[in-house]
Each structure stands twice: as C-alpha cells, then as structure tokens.
Design a protein around this ligand. Structure first.
Ligand code: MV4
Length: 451
C-alpha cells in the first residue's frame, strides 16, 4: 500500500496538533475536525483543512460518529487517526471506519475488543504466560463466589468491572463485613456505566508502582517493545508526571517486564502502538493490569529515549509499512521526563478555563513542548484541563530533573491558573528526586502538606 495523501484527525488539543505535525513531516494532508467551541483552536488552524462537526459538548462533536464520517467523506480523507480519549478505544467506531473503506490508524477492532474486556484480556494474558495479580479465575457472578475467592486470597481485595479500566468501576474491600455491599454495588454500577455488569476480583496491592511497557507492531508480524515508562506520579487516576526509563528498574527486571509486555502484544497479534500497564511491588514482582490500545499522552518520553517517532510509525504501519528496525536496534539513550500542564488550581485541582493573556514556552537544549496554547487562546470549559506537556531529556535522571526545573521556571502562562507550581514543588521534593515513591506518593504528600 502507498502512503496516505490525506488523514482526518478525530481529536482536538495537543494530540491533534502532534498528529498534524507528523502528517506534515510525512507529506500527508491533514483534516482537523472541530466543535463550535474550538473554532479558534490551534489544531483547527494548523491543519490543511478543517470541518466543524457540531456544538461544544463532546457527545455532539468529538464523539459524534456520524459527523466524523461525514467530515471524512466530504474531505476525501483516506484514514482516520483517533488520538487518545474520545473514540480512540471504541471498537464500533473502528468497525464503521473500516466498513466505509477507510483506514483505521490503530489496532484491529478484535484486539481492541479483547483488551477492552478485562476478563477476556486476563484470560489471554494467562495463556501467554504474562504474570497476573492473584484473584478470581475470570468473572465472579455471585456473592458466594466472591467469598470463596477471598478465602484463598485474603483481604484487602479489589473488585473491578470487566468493561471498566483506567480506574473506573473499581471497589477496594478491606474486610468481610463490607464485601457483600461492595460486590453488589460494583456490579450494579458497572451495569449502569458500561451496560455490562461483569466483575472480577484481585488481591489489592497496597503500595505498587505503575510501570507500563510501550509496544509497536506492523501488519507483517513484527512486534517490538520500546522499553518502559514510570507512571506512578498520579492523583485521582490522572497521571501528573511520567518518565522513561523507570528509575526503579535494574537491568534484569527491565528485561523481564519488557519481555512480558512484548509477549502480551504478540498474544493478540498487535498492530500499531499500544501500552501494557503493570503494577510492581517493592520486591520487583510485577503483574499485568490492562492494555491500552491507543497512543498515550506520555508517548514523548519513550520517543526521546528510543529515537522512534511513535505517531509516524502509527501512520506508517497503518499504511502497510514494515518496521525498519528490530528489537536489537533499540537502545535506551539517557532519561526523559514529561510534566503535564493543566489549566487547574495547582493544589485544589479545580478547573481554570479562560483566556490565556500571555504564553511563553520554554526552549533551549533538549526541551520539547507539545501544546495547543498561544497568547489570546480561550481555553474552553467543555474538555479535559490538559493544555500541554513539557518534556525534557538529558544523559541521566538528575540532569533531566535539573533541565525540567529550568524549563518550568521559563514557562509563562498568564490569565488562567495552571499546575506549574505543583510541578516546581514536586521536582524539588527529595522523595521524587530519590525515586522513592509509589502510586500513593502524590496524594499522601498533598495531604501531609494539607495543600
Ligand atoms: C489495582 C491496584 C491495586 N491492586 N489492582 C487503577 C487504574 C486501573 N488501571 C487499575 N488500578 C489499580 N488496580 C490491584 N490488584 C491499584 C490500582 C490503582 C492505581 C493503579 C495505577 C496507577 C494509579 C492507581 C491509583 C489508584 C488505584
């Protein structure tokens, strides 16, 4: 297959900008879609063509499949890149795109369905020999069954919705007394939220780190891993700062977790860019949590340590290109950190939409900024509060932190409140600097400082 002439980007914000930039570098025409609230947004301006797809609410615009397909038809786009969020992991949308004779820049709908259903995903991972958190064997139908699972695993446990993920539809249970209620509530809520009340049970790991492995596959059967990212610095299931490689891993553990990620991807004949999420205990044992069948916000840290342009390769493998490198060619070079910039109060996390009165991006050596911001931009209140990402690279982690501190001091965003100060305080924190943290670090620290 020859390379595409035109791609429609079914997204907004910094990821739409990132994809448009990749299209330009590949000589591919780009089509932006925008809601009425995004008429003056960066992605609308940067694309070769732009089509309004509806009113501000996502349900009527960025989630409006009919409007997106009409925009693709109108502009003669050959392929659709979904970015992340919105419809990126919606297998029905991927089906419609393919049935319309367009190319879906992403994995097969079958892979998306397998990984989207967490009970099915765990079954596949077990067959592939990927370590799983001890717990129920598949779905748990009744309270009696739940009690039987707990007899062997002990408390605490976590009940998860099979159709959930990313922290949605979960209940932690610490004792027998609250098990029945939690079980029926989790089941009822899962049914209401996802139209599927299937739940399963796992032993609850109390202080794990969140480490994920990036994979990339082509349509010729080649699959590689691109090492791991450390994503433990989070609050409310929202990552705040990510880095690659994980400062916690020794070479042997890295080899094991990356091999497990690769085995997971191979088990579903994965095509495109994907991420296998693991939880890791302080003894360095690790367990499969879920697979994200999309490009992720934090992909730039992997791009920087490996030199692989992940968006370019998403597009190229969708066009049928073969990966032109093999596993042995991929080496970790230095360290990269990403700070997510959100338009929100730095410690209360309340959203802060409004007009950006002044924007000055950091620059200089080994600093990358992926953002939709410009001076005068009106941040709409309808969407995610993330307005950009600052990424730095250096030979080692300490130098990378210093460089990020320098970049955070240069960044100027006036007119709206951002989480810039949170990053500045976090980068200076001894626990962060010594890499002594787990998924609860940020919330505990905020609580202690009563910020
Ligand atoms: C867990 C867990 C502890 N033990 N599963 C949260 C998001 C979703 N992917 C699954 N999540 C978790 N699953 C077991 N068996 C703790 C979490 C969890 C978490 C994981 C990664 C990053 C942040 C988190 C925040 C809260 C809970």
């Amino acid at each position: 297959m020859a390379m595409f002439h035109k791609i429609l980007i079914a997204n907004r914000g910094e990821i739409a900008v990132r994809i448009i930039r990749a299209c330009k570098e590949l000589g591919i025409r780009s089509v932006a879609v925008y809601s009425e609230a995004d008429r003056d947004s960066m992605h609308t301006r940067l694309a070769d063509e732009s089509v309004c797809i509806g009113p501000a609410p996502s349900a009527q615009s960025y989630l409006n499949i009919a409007a997106l397909m009409a925009a693709a038809e109108l502009t003669d786009a050959e392929a659709i890149h979904p970015g992340f969020g919105f419809l990126a992991e919606n297998a029905e949308f991927a089906d419609i795109v393919l049935e319309s004779g367009l190319v879906w820049i992403g994995p097969t709908p079958a892979s998306m369905r397998t990984m989207g259903d967490k009970v099915t995903a765990k079954k596949e991972m077990e067959i592939a020999g990927v370590p799983l958190v001890p717990g129920s064997e598949g779905a748990v139908e009744t309270i009696e069954e739940a009690k039987a699972v707990v007899k062997t695993s002990g408390f605490p446990i976590i009940i998860k919705a099979s159709a959930g993920g990313g922290g949605r539809g979960m209940k932690i249970v610490h004792s027998e007394a609250s098990l029945s209620n939690a079980f029926s509530m989790c089941k009822t809520e899962a049914g209401a939220a996802f139209g599927d009340d299937t739940v399963f049970i796992e032993k609850f790991l109390e202080e794990p780190r969140h480490i994920e492995v990036q994979v990339l596959g082509d349509t010729h059967g080649n699959i590689v891993h691109l090492f791991e990212r450390e994503c433990s610095m989070q609050r409310n299931n929202q990552k705040v700062l990510e880095e690659a490689p994980s400062p916690y891993l020794d070479p042997e553990t890295r080899e094991k977790i990356c091999a497990a990620g690769l085995a997971a991807a191979k088990a579903v004949n994965y095509v495109g860019a994907g991420t296998i999420e693991f939880l890791m205990n302080s003894d360095k044992s690790f367990y499969f949590m879920e697979m994200n069948t999309r490009i992720q916000v934090e992909h730039p840290v992997t791009e920087w340590i490996t030199g692989v342009d992940l968006i370019e390769w998403q597009i190229r493998v969708a066009a049928g290109d073969k990966l032109d490198f093999c596993q042995d060619n991929i080496k970790i070079k230095g360290h990269a950190i990403e700070c997510r910039i959100n338009a929100e109060h730095p410690f209360k996390f309340t959203p802060s939409p409004g007009t950006v009165e002044l924007y000055h991006a950091p620059g200089g050596r080994s600093v990358r900024v992926d953002s939709q911001l410009y001076t005068g931009y009106k941040i709409p209140p309808h969407y995610d509060s993330m307005i950009g990402k600052v990424i730095t690279h250096a030979r080692d982690r300490q130098k990378c932190i210093r460089r990020m501190q320098r970049a955070m001091d240069e960044l100027v965003i006036l007119g709206v409140t951002t989480n810039q100060e949170l990053h500045q305080r976090l980068l200076a924190n001894p626990g962060f600097q010594s890499a002594d943290f787990n998924i609860h670090f940020l919330e505990k620290w905020l609580h202690q400082m009563s910020l």
